[in-house]
Write a protein that binds this ligand. Structure first.
Ligand SMILES: C[S@@+](CC[C@H](N)C(=O)[O-])C[C@H]1O[C@@H](n2cnc3c(N)ncnc32)[C@H](O)[C@@H]1O
Length: 283
């Protein structure tokens, strides 16, 4: 079977970008880049490619089949049990790095809540090699990926902790990287924010394969924002920032929650599609 045959099969199964996905599958199996596939138009045996095509026909996400994605220049391994980092989350990282560079500090402490694959924590830690980053997730499976991602990208200034939001640092005041004098310069999070009733309507790649606990933000999608903002003041430095990825219909609610939890400044940023997707919050 050749590239065009793989693309045709994917297309007939209703896959959105069949050509791009066919290229990705061939380059994975042949361990060559996409240019080489176009130059050589290689043949690949049916018994090698068909199991992968069948996985895609069952709507297993391409990223899980390939086993990794690129995120902000990092290799991020993914698979069952961890959310696939989304390109728009790179914009949250860009905003965070920009904000931190505008306010240089002798000790930079960053807390990434709901870290998943570690993509946000690792990107910031690499940009600021002398920072201390603590990354927390409730899921041990996700943290296994995050730790692998830390190793393969040779980033060693992130400490990964398992638990419910702030609990691991609340309960373990002995966390080596953290002395609470001063608090965190940045608390950043891309928490679960899909409304529970909306989960059934998501595309099958997400609904059937990505971990539900990475998606479900409670009945109104806001549970995690309420919990994070209610507690963040105890862990944030005086002039620290909170940066959150939000759903594109949540800006007003987030602004209200921030004000109810005594944060006076909320700046909402848009993504490339001009949707309101990020909140930068301060005292
Ligand atoms: C939307 S995913 C974000 C993952 C990653 N930060 C990213 O941007 O790709 C949300 C993450 O929150 C984690 N999570 C869910 N409930 C949590 C809780 N109570 N405390 C900490 N993490 C939680 C999930 O395991 C999942 O990894």
């Amino acid at each position: 079977m050749k590239l065009k045959d793989v693309a045709a099969l994917l297309n007939s199964s209703g896959i959105d970008e069949p050509q791009k996905e066919a290229e990705a599958l061939l380059s994975l199996l042949l361990k060559v880049d996409r240019t080489a596939i176009y130059l050589n138009d290689p043949y690949i045996a049916d018994e090698v490619i068909l199991p992968l095509i069948r996985s895609r026909q069952r709507r297993q996400p391409l990223a899980y089949i390939v086993g990794e994605v690129e995120f902000y220049g990092l290799r991020i391994t993914v698979g069952t049990g961890v959310l696939i980092p989304r390109p728009e989350t790179e914009l949250l990282v860009v905003e965070a790095i920009r904000a931190l560079s505008a306010r240089p500090q002798p000790t930079l402490r960053v807390l990434d809540l709901c870290t998943g694959s570690g993509c946000i924590a690792l990107s910031i830690a690499r940009a600021y090699p002398h920072s201390h980053v603590i990354a927390i997730d409730a899921s041990e499976a996700a943290l296994d990926y995050a730790r692998v991602n830390s190793t393969i990208n040779n980033i060693h200034n992130v400490e990964f902790l398992q638990g419910d939001l702030f609990a691991p640092i609340r309960d373990r005041l002995t966390v080596p990287l953290l002395t609470f004098t001063g608090g965190f310069s940045l608390i950043i999070s891309n928490p679960p924010y899909i409304k529970s009733p909306d989960i059934d309507g998501l595309q099958p790649e997400i609904r059937l394969y990505e971990p539900p606990e990475a998606l479900d933000g409670g009945t109104d999608g806001l549970t995690f924002y309420r919990r994070i903002l209610a507690a963040a003041g105890d862990y944030l430095s005086t002039d620290g920032l909170i940066m959150l990825e939000i759903g594109d219909d949540q800006a007003t609610d987030i602004t209200d929650i921030a004000s109810a939890t005594n944060f006076k400044s909320v700046i909402i940023k848009k993504d490339y599609a001009q949707r309101e997707r990020f909140a930068i919050i301060q005292r």
